[in-house]
Each structure stands twice: as C-alpha cells, then as structure tokens.
Write a protein that binds this ligand. Structure first.
Ligand code: HMG
Ligand code: MG
Length: 301
C-alpha cells in the first residue's frame, strides 16, 4: 500500500484536549480557538461533547460553544454523544455530525461510560439509528486499541470486533485510539492488520496520544498502510490531571510538519495553526506541547 497523497486531519483539541483541563476554560476562549483552527484550514474540528456534566464538567458549555461559533462552510464541527440525551442536545445545537465512543477493553468501558461493552452497544444502536435518520454523519471511536490502563495489553481481535460492530451501526469512519499513548509501530501494525481484515482502510482513522513519544512513528506506520485520516490536537492539548505523566494527543502542528515534509497535502496553514496553538497555550499558562510550534516561535523571536 502506498502512502496517501492527501490526509484529512481531525482536530480534537477543543474536545479531547480541553476535556482534561483542571481549570475550566471560558466559553469565549473555546470559541476563539475553534474559529482560529477553521481559519488555519482544519477541515474537521471536534468542538465538544454532550456528556454528563457530572462526569466531564469541562464540556458542560458545549451547547453555548456551538451557538457562538461562526461555522465556516465546508468545515465539520462534530461532537461526542454517549446516549440518547446527548444526541437530543446535538440535534438541538444543529450538529451535522456526532461521534459515539466505545472501548476494546471492558474495564475502560466501565470507567468511561459506566457500562459493559455490550451495554454500550445497546445504548449506541438507537442513538446511531436516530442520528442517521436525522441526516447526521456518525463517527465511531474505539479506546484502548493497544492497551488499557486497567487491563494491560489489548488483543487486536478485540479491537477488530468492536470496529465491526461500530461499522454495523452505520459509522462512516472508525477512529482507533491509543488512549494512553503506549503503543509502538509493531503493535499498531498488528492491530491495524486485524481491523483491516474486517473493514476497508478508507474507513479507518488513527488517534494517538503521545505519552511515550511514539505518536509520529505510529502515524508514519499507519500512513504506510494507506490510512488517510489522522486525529490530532493543536499544541498537543490534553493530559489527564489524575494520571501522572499522561500527555495529550499528538500535536497537530507536528503532524502537519511531518505530512508536508512527506509531500502529503492537508490544506492546513502551519503558521496560522501554530499561532492558534500558541494563543491557547498562553491562555493555559504553559508552553505549547508541540515541538514544531516551539521551534517556529523560537525563529520568530
Ligand atoms: P451514568 O451515571 O451511568 O448515567 O453515566 P445516568 O444515565 O445514570 O445519568 C447520570 C446523570 O447524568 C443524570 O443526571 C443524567 O441526567 C445525566 P441526574 O439525574 O443525576 O441529575 N446525563 C446527562 N447529562 C447531560 N448530557 C448527557 C447525559 N447523560 C446522562 N448526555 C454516561 C453514563 C455515559 C452518561 C457517563 O458515563 C458519561 O457522560 N460519560 C462520558 C465520559 C466521557 O466523556 N469521556 C471522555 C470522552 S471519550 C475519550 O476521551 C476517548 C477518545 O478520545 C478516544 C481515545 O483517546 O481513546 C474518544
Ligand atoms: Mg483521545
């Protein structure tokens, strides 16, 4: 399989990144970030989640964020929904795309959604059906595709099984998440081989957290298998305040630099993206988590 000529980037910073911030980020700052990411050319910007505010208070203002964002034509602003209530909120907010999120490990499913994998699919089935009937696109996530923080290594066959079930519900794309960022390319390739036996590579996306610094290597290995959709978070936003040493998603700026260096098109303006990342990092009071953004900022001074 040859590498793709173009990659679709799915910017998840405003959701996967900011959901982990210990101090709440004001709605206006989220709106400015999302608009700056669209201005930089990001085609998909995950803008929040309609989940229980008791579980994730950081995303409680998603409705207000979506009401305020000036939506750019051609840009998609998906949100996560765990259940029927979340979907109703997404419909009310005028969302055109939602994502449902499953896990390949039982313990993680329970910690993240308070139910077993089977029970999560009982919940998702009517959610996906209603979303599709309303004309929405539905994306599916799988957490713990390499390992689970509670159970250790996860079998590639378990990931393939959950991927097949999400596809059966009508998910147009399945994002494969190394939630704790421990995977190395050989493990990722073994997992992808199992999933590809069930689904065409064109329906797969990769979602790497960068805890162990392996994300770019894993992305390159995925590109070599023809994967053409990559999730990333500007400034490497994220990291769980309760999991010592855990970091966020791979930084969008680093992914764009890698892809452009390989001659792969993204449609993203790296300088504008880096400025958006610098601005949110300044708001959060810490240096950008992107090596590329820090190098570019150094050159500007
Ligand atoms: P539960 O406590 O079992 O559910 O949580 P419940 O139905 O008993 O509801 C509990 C309370 O939450 C009730 O309120 C509900 O009304 C309310 P109360 O009656 O106590 O006042 N509630 C809601 N409120 C607003 N919106 C909703 C909603 N649903 C219930 N949609 C539940 C089950 C699934 C709701 C909960 O576990 C939850 O919200 N989980 C979300 C966790 C989450 O957002 N995790 C992060 C996203 S996944 C991720 O980051 C991984 C990913 O990035 C890929 C990777 O890296 O691996 C995607
Ligand atoms: Mg994630």
């Amino acid at each position: 399989m040859t590498r793709p000529a173009a990659v679709k980037l799915v910017e998840v910073g405003p959701r996967d990144g900011l959901q982990n911030e210990a101090v709440p980020v004001p709605t206006a700052v989220k709106v400015e970030l999302i608009e700056a990411l669209a201005d930089a050319g990001m085609p998909v910007i995950e803008s929040g989640s309609f989940v229980s505010p008791k579980w994730v208070p950081q995303m409680a203002d998603t409705g207000a964020v979506l009401a305020a964002v000036r939506r750019r034509p051609g840009v998609s602003y998906p949100v996560l929904v765990p259940n029927a209530k979340g979907l109703e909120d997404a419909l009310a907010a005028g969302c055109e795309e939602v994502a449902i999120f499953a896990a390949a490990s039982e313990s993680f499913a329970r910690r993240n959604t308070n139910c077993s994998i089977d029970e999560s699919f009982e919940r998702f089935a009517p959610v996906a059906e209603r979303a599709l009937a309303a004309g929405m696109r539905v994306r599916g996530y799988i957490s713990c595709v390499v390992a689970c923080p509670y159970e250790g290594p996860v079998a590639p066959a378990a990931v393939a099984d959950v991927a097949g079930r999400l596809a059966d519900l009508g998910c147009y794309e399945i994002s494969l998440g190394d939630t704790i960022g421990v995977g190395t390319p050989a493990q990722v390739v073994a997992m992808l081989e199992a999933v590809e036996a069930r689904l065409p590579v064109a329906r797969l996306a990769v979602h790497f957290h960068d805890t162990y610094g392996q994300a770019l290597a894993n992305i390159l290995a995925s590109l070599d298998r023809g994967i053409a959709v990559v999730d990333c978070a500007v400034a490497g936003l994220g990291g769980c305040p309760y999991a010592k040493g855990a970091t966020g998603n791979v930084a969008s700026e680093d992914v764009v630099y890698l892809l452009h260096g390989l001659g792969i098109r993204t449609g993203v303006d790296l300088d504008r993206l880096a400025l958006a990342g610098d601005r949110i990092s300044a708001h959060l009071g810490r240096p950008s988590g992107s090596r590329v953004a820090r190098a570019l900022a150094g050159k500007r001074h």
